[in-house]
Design a binder for this molecule. Structure first.
Ligand code: NI
Length: 172
């Protein structure tokens, strides 16, 4: 298994159905609790251990997830309120090296709770047509709101698994 992709690389479902959307919305809603469970009881030294050789530390992973999901939340709101907005990419590796990525993890856990609580209300408020709304990603081109939904359902599991796989490996 490639340690970078413990749950596999992202793939859009071949056919998006209301049931798959509902499952993805639930996955996103459960991400903050799963991240908390994944890091529960880890010491500072364990948090500062890379999840794989050359990879981010557990602490950087925990801070990266709300960095990423705040961006995604803004992208969703842009897509719901503007016609084909061009969204902003960001340099996630550089963000993970800024000083706030060295902070205790609690601030990012609370941040993730808050972003996901608001995200959940938005997802549940959307009409079926809203999932087909388009945004323009500078690297990927045109994408739909469905893409945001499925990417971020995957993304939470992807990073949670980095931590749970490390713990298994280390016997933590
Ligand atoms: Ni990520």
């Amino acid at each position: 298994m490639d340690p970078r992709y413990p749950v596999g690389k992202f793939a859009m479902p071949a056919e998006v159905t209301p049931a798959l959307r509902e499952a993805a919305i639930k996955d996103i809603a459960s991400t903050p609790a799963k991240m908390r469970a994944a890091v529960a009881g880890l010491t500072d030294a364990q948090l500062d251990t890379p999840y794989r050789e050359g990879g981010w530390t557990v602490r950087q992973v925990v801070h990266h997830v709300p960095d990423s999901h705040m961006n995604a939340f803004v992208r969703l709101k842009l897509a719901l309120t503007e016609e084909k907005p061009t969204i902003k990419a960001y340099d996630e590796a550089a963000w993970a090296k800024l000083a706030d990525a060295e902070m205790p993890i609690e601030s990012s856990q609370v941040l993730l709770d808050s972003v996901h609580a608001r995200w959940d209300v938005l997802w549940h408020s959307m009409k079926p047509g809203d999932f087909y709304r388009v945004l323009v990603h500078p690297d990927h081109g045109e994408r739909t709101v469905d893409w945001i939904l499925f990417v971020y359902a995957w993304h939470g599991k992807h990073h949670t698994a980095h931590i749970t796989e490390l713990r298994k490996q280390k016997g933590w």
